[in-house]
Write a protein that binds this ligand. Structure first.
Ligand code: ATP
Length: 364
């Protein structure tokens, strides 16, 4: 196991700055997920840790060792790619044992190690099959096993589940998280899927355009996003962002938003006295309630008209038009709601978030 730190790391491709000045500490034994939209620099950061890209400036340390220029083979890191990169002509057993054989590691206990890893990743009984004779999930397990057999200090996974169908992805998600818990290996996992990030990581680093906007536990990211980007990226559907006017009046923040007027406790949301008058208000779809089912603490209203509704049986998603602004709501049960119906959405002002419109930062 090992801790990792990126210190002032930049990656510039020709003139394109992919990563400007990254600082990040990963704890020993931690499972950290890099999440963000396509092209935001997750893979580049992972590849720099693996040694497959060299930082333009800055340094990377593993424990106390500066590995910025250490070749990949000497970092004691194993990586699983999206494509699996299995050898098609070799059996599962040979795919697993190939790395140690090439590295001329002792053969005496290799059979035992192969058996042990096969058991660990659920491949027992499949060792003599070729990759073409395996399902997608089984191939994924071979790729994991091939990385694990190295007993690396650090385990890197780059979108390892994106080739699997939705059901298998959910299953493998739980398997990988469980495996990491059992082995306790420091793990960095790259995905663009926020659900994967939220369900797997101890901490999540949210990337946008080469920068990390917030590194936090899933609960903190959800409840206390540092900015609008994180608020809207995390959650499905993401947070609603609505234009609002704010005026501080002693202990209260007075809010006007889409025809509704209400107050929030100022000390809960704002420590600064220098507040903008125009703000963006964020509210999660699950913090909006359908009038008759609302908890008693929800006393404020947003009125609109139902534009679309979708139910999975256990959840109902509703799109409401409020003065030309679309607002998403999610109710935790089947709700008999029709398109065109008047909507009275109720909420607790304590569940709101406020952002500075220009920077997108959460108001403090
Ligand atoms: P995805 O989820 O699509 O894989 P990502 O977040 O992993 O995206 P990166 O692959 O790290 O993104 O790419 C970050 C940026 O750097 C992108 O704009 C990409 O086009 C650019 N980039 C990556 N590799 C190179 C390269 N070898 N040469 C030039 N630009 C590159």
């Amino acid at each position: 196991m090992a801790s990792v730190s990126f210190e002032g790391v930049w990656k510039v491709f020709n003139t394109f700055v992919a990563i400007p000045n990254l600082d990040l500490n990963i704890k020993d034994g931690e499972f950290i997920v890099f999440v963000g939209p396509s092209g935001c620099g997750k893979t580049t950061t992972l590849r720099m840790l693996a040694g497959l890209e060299t930082p333009t400036y800055g340094s990377i340390r593993i424990d106390d060792e500066d590995v910025t220029l250490t070749p990949p083979g000497r970092r004691d890191i194993a990586m699983v790619f999206q494509s699996y990169a299995l050898y098609p002509h070799m059996s599962v057993r040979s795919n697993l044992s190939f790395g140690p054989e090439v590295r001329k590691e002792s053969r005496s206990d290799l059979n035992n190690r192969v058996e042990k890893v096969a058991n660990l990743v659920g491949l027992h009984g499949l060792l003599d099959r070729k990759p073409a004779e395996l399902s997608g999930g089984q191939r994924q397990r071979v790729a994991l096993g091939r990385a694990l057999i190295r007993e690396p200090r650090i385990f890197l996974l780059d979108e390892p589940l994106s080739n699997l169908d939705a059901g298998l992805r959910t299953h493998m998600r739980a398997e990988i998280a469980d495996l990491q818990r059992r082995l306790g290996v420091t793990t960095v996992y790259v995905t663009h899927d926020q659900v994967e990030a939220m369900t797997m990581g101890h901490r999540i680093a949210v990337f946008d355009r080469g920068r990390i906007l917030q590194v936090d536990t899933p609960a903190q990211l959800y409840r206390n996003p540092a900015n609008k980007f994180v608020g809207t990226f995390i959650g499905s559907p993401g947070m609603n962002i609505l234009p609002a006017e704010l005026a501080r009046d002693g202990a209260l923040g007075r809010i006007k938003c889409l025809g509704s007027v209400f107050s929030v406790p100022a000390e809960r949301f704002f420590t600064s006295t220098d507040l903008p008058s125009r703000v963006e208000l964020g509210i999660r779809p699950d913090d909006l309630h359908w009038t008759k089912d609302a908890p008693s603490r929800c006393r404020e209203h947003i009125f609109g008209t139902v534009r679309a509704t979708e139910t999975t049986g256990s959840e109902t998603f509703v799109l409401v038009d409020v003065d030309g602004v679309e607002v998403n709501a999610r109710f935790p049960s089947f709700a008999d709601i029709r398109i065109g119906q008047k909507a009275d959405l109720v909420f607790d002002p304590n569940d709101l978030h406020f952002f500075e419109p220009e920077s997108g930062n959460t108001l403090r």
